[in-house]
Design a binder for this molecule. Structure first.
Ligand code: PEP
Ligand code: MG
Length: 892
């Protein structure tokens, strides 16, 4: 097996084997771009190491050979005492995990090669600085020494010298520091810093392998749903130096703005610095324009390469580069991460530029991104007090109480507080705090800093590099322009503009929601160019999605208002109207009367009182959705939900008795509550079981529906009501209900002089229903999968209790990566859906199939429903655009 590939062998499609970074280094090498030569140790070697606890047998020899080829190519030897070759050792997994794994630079420096490098570079200070960086990085990542030990020694050296920054230390200071660092290594590990360059290389490689399994890497993968068994590749690359004086430097750039998607290059540059300096946000950076002024030749070449890469990858690329004494080197490129808004704008722009097709544009955006864009933003019309401003690093509007460290963020969030995490800069240890926060604010670092990159990846609001802000995370306060912010104070941060406000700024709906609600013209009018561009991009891509998708998209809506919104959002009907929602509030007493009725006559009159209201509800709904299907589900929940709380009632009854004036009404109510009390109401008297035990209840609802349909027809409308029976487990239940309801419909039709037919179907939300679908289809014209109850009954998890009780532990332990109530459990619940769909259709070929559980709006579940051949999904009105998009993406 080959475990090692030179950069000159391989291409961008080999990410599985070479990791993202390695594959792209190979691709750039293939394109003839200036990439420092090197080689990649494969993910396969890493997997072997992680599984067996040792490197594969052949690896050592293969690295030796690759190293020999590299040395021959550059004409230098690793760690030689004359003009030595130095290498960087970097991780590179298939999916980028920014800042999660290890990197060691300057491998090959030792007490001898230091002298060779001084001779070759003529820059003694640079060489001692490189050596101390190696010992520091190696000590920390490979030997596991606390970074604090080195940082303290560095601070001490600066103190002695009265130096403010690292740059003020001269060669002699740094040489002394190397001595101090070596002592730290000896003291902490009991052995000397390894002088053998090859041993340095092998140990660094191994520590990159090991870093795949650190806690923070695992946490990141769980969140990003990256498999734990992929392993990382290791890239061994000839060192080029950005810290060789003022004609050297290092930078990060994007071929378009990753925050907004605006065309035009964007980036950060730092002179006399090495790679990590830019990303870590330790010093503030220069813009690309400054870089152009500083070094026009390198900038010109960089611009050309950026254009080349963007045309080649046909997408936004992000690039890391270094200039060594006026010579440009490409250290990395990849298709860049971007915000949700940028994703839409870039995809649409690339279609205009004829680099991609509309289908490809669909692949470049996700429903989750669209959902992000539907978040509210700060109200531009209200007065607010600016605290300061930073870079717009990750969009959105976040309001929360300020905390200055990660553990506090986690703790406060756990007790339900919204928090804004305020740090000078973040590092990978802050990951959990960032996850727990509503927003992230830093005082150092640009759009490419750790905080910015990670926040964008999480879809979290972030403002970075607000450099007026003085942050004291020990004393827990920050200040800017004389305004002081203490822990617990409210801050509002705008990740779209970079503004930071004291207090709580009110938020307004997003322009994308405005577009969805009011149309393109209204949303574009008066909007700034970026907003208008974004809204047009969303319109274009959603329009294409509608043309491409096979799945219909309906909404779950119970009122005419909700239905109207859903229709504006693009819903093609109502997939679920939960009629119990029509009896909340004042109307609850009407149901109460039905339940408490002592005689059939009393019950009949109580039901009769419901009729006009239900009829009016349905008429409104059918009018709003005229011409589109409206699935109305008959009453589902257990009846006790309509009655007062049992404990409260008992107290009421007892008090009245104490006073010597017994409350007859309360006593009757309590008796009813006791009669209806169930230990597991979710598994009790609800749905079709109610219909079969409370005489007249379902017929009343069916009559209201049929009369509403007749009224709409009389008014010249086109009503398409469908009646849906909940919680069916046996075809007999359905036959019995249909006997009753078909008669009512026929009767209403006859009375109105119409030939009324209203399709009747059932929810499939019990395993038994799914498993006997071929029977149930005899009596159902459509199935709608109630995946909420189906998940509850398949797993035996109470949907009301479970999330709090043990889901956190299950997610933590990896029993599932996402709650099965959120994203469909394809293997289990999905299997039942598949069986029911197939067998139902076999029994009745024109059976219509839909889904109306929460999963109808979940991207991954929608892809499953598409594959399974359902006709439509139904979800909450706000998820409708997401479902339209994902239904189309599922076809690609
Ligand atoms: C379901 O069970 O998936 C469903 C849509 O019905 P409800 O959520 O009302 O029980
Ligand atoms: Mg249900």
């Amino acid at each position: 097996t080959s475990y090692v590939f030179d950069f000159s062998h391989g291409d961008k499609d080999q990410k599985d084997l070479l990791g993202g970074k390695g594959a792209n280094l190979a691709e750039m090498t293939r394109l003839g771009l200036p990439v420092p030569p090197g080689f990649t140790i494969t993910t396969e070697a890493c997997r072997h190491y992680l599984a067996q606890g040792s490197e594969p047998q052949d690896l050592r020899l293969q690295v030796t050979m690759a190293l020999r080829r590299l040395e021959d190519q550059v004409g230098r030897r690793l760690g030689d005492s004359v003009d030595p070759l130095l290498v960087s050792v970097r991780s590179g997994a298939k999916f980028s995990m920014p800042g999660m794994m290890e990197t060691v630079l300057n491998v090959g420096l030792n007490d001898y090669s230091v002298l060779g490098l001084i001779e070759a570079s003529g820059d003694e200070r640079f060489v001692w600085d490189s050596y101390r960086r190696l010992i520091q990085m190696f000590g920390k990542t490979v030997l596991g020494i606390e970074g604090e030990a080195f940082a303290a020694a560095l601070d001490a050296a600066k103190q002695v010298k009265g130096a403010r920054s690292d740059v003020d230390l001269d060669a002699a200071d740094l040489k002394d520091l190397v001595g101090d660092f070596k002592e730290i290594v000896l003291k902490h590990t009991g052995r000397d810093f390894p002088q053998d360059p090859r041993e340095q290389l092998d140990l660094a490689t191994r520590s990159v392998f090991d870093s795949w399994n650190t806690d923070r890497a695992r946490l990141y993968r769980r969140r990003e749903r990256i498999a734990h068994d992929l392993g990382t590749a290791v890239n061994v690359c000839t060192m080029v130096f950005g810290n060789l004086g003022e004609t050297s430097g290092t930078g990060v750039c994007f071929t378009r703005d990753p925050a907004t998607g605006r065309p035009g290059v964007y980036g950060d540059y730092m002179t006399n610095a090495q790679g990590e300096d830019v990303v870590s946000g330790i010093r503030n950076t220069l813009s690309l324009d400054d870089f152009a002024a500083l070094d026009p030749a390198s900038y010109g070449e960089l611009r050309q390469i950026m254009r080349r890469l963007e045309t080649h990858y046909r997408d936004l690329c992000d690039i890391e580069f270094t200039v060594e004494r006026g010579k440009l080197w490409m250290l990395q490129t990849r298709v860049g991460k971007r915000t949700a808004g940028a994703a839409f704008r870039i995809a649409s722009a690339l279609v205009d530029e004829r680099l991609i097709t509309l289908d490809e544009a669909l692949e470049r955006v996700t429903g989750t991104q669209l959902a992000n864009l539907m978040f509210p933003q700060f109200d531009p019309g209200t007065a607010r007090t600016a605290l300061t401003r930073g870079m717009a690093a990750s969009p959105g509007a976040a309001v929360g109480r300020v905390v200055f460290d990660s553990p506090t963020a986690v703790e406060w969030a756990a007790r339900g507080e919204q928090v804004v995490l305020l740090r000078r800069e973040t590092n990978p240890e802050d990951l959990e705090g960032m996850l727990a926060s509503a927003g992230i604010l830093t005082s150092r670092g640009g759009k490419t800093s750790h905080a910015a990159v990670v926040a964008r990846g999480m879809g979290k609001t972030a403002v970075c590099g607000a450099d007026e802000l003085e942050v004291d995370s020990v004393a827990k306060y920050a200040q800017a322009g004389g305004v002081r912010v203490e822990e617990g104070d409210l801050l509002s941060i705008d990740g779209t503009t970079g503004e930071v406000f004291v207090g709580q700024v009110p938020v307004v709906p997003s322009p994308v929601v405005r577009y969805l609600e009011e149309g393109l013209d209204a949303a574009v009018e008066g909007a700034d160019e970026g907003t208008a561009d974004l809204v047009r991009a969303v319109d274009r891509i959603l329009g294409h999605a509608d043309a491409v998708r096979r799945l219909g998209v309906r909404a779950n809506a119970d009122t005419a208002d909700d239905a109207a919104r859903a229709r504006r959002m693009g819903a093609q009907g109502i997939g679920l109207c939960r009629t119990e929602h029509m009896f909340l509030g004042d109307r609850r007493v009407l149901i109460e009367r039905v339940i408490l009725a002592a005689t059939p006559a009393e019950r009949a009159s109580a039901l009769e009182a419901l009729l006009p209201m239900q009829r009016a509800d349905f008429t409104d709904l059918l009018e709003t959705m005229d011409g589109l299907p409206v699935t109305i589900r008959l009453l589902d929940p257990p009846l006790h939900e309509f009655l007062p709380d049992r404990a409260d009632l008992m107290v009421e009854v007892a008090r009245a008795e104490e006073r010597g004036e017994p409350d007859e009404r309360a006593i009757r109510m309590l008796a009813a509550v006791n009669r209806l009390h169930e230990s597991n109401p979710m598994l009790g008297l609800r749905g079709v079981r109610l219909g079969l035990t409370v005489p007249g209840l379902f017929s009343l609802q069916v009559r209201a529906i049929a009369e509403a349909v007749a009224a709409r027809i009389a008014a010249g409308g086109h009503p398409h009501a469908e009646i849906m029976i909940p919680l069916v487990g046996s075809v007999m239940e359905l036959h019995l209900i249909r006997d009753e309801t078909d008669g009512v419909v026929a009767q209403v039709g006859a009375d109105a002089g119409l030939d009324l037919t209203i399709p009747v179907g059932t929810m499939i939300e019990l395993p038994r229903a799914a498993l006997t679908a071929y029977r149930i289809a005899e009596a159902a014209e459509f199935f709608s999968f109630g995946t909420n109850d189906l998940t509850q009954t398949t797993w035996g998890f109470s949907r009301d209790d479970v999330e709090a009780a043990f889901f956190a532990a299950y997610l933590e332990k990896g029993v599932f990566t996402v709650s099965p109530f959120e994203s469909l459990d394809v293997d289990g619940v999905g299997r039942l859906v598949r069986i029911a769909a197939q067998e139902g259709r076999a029994a009745r070929p024109d059976l219509k199939l839909g889904v109306c559980g929460e999963h109808g709006g979940d991207p991954e579940s929608i892809h499953f429903f598409h594959r399974t051949g359902l006709d439509y999904v139904s979800c909450s009105p706000f998820r409708v655009p997401v479902a339209r998009l994902e239904a189309a993406r599922a076809t690609l």
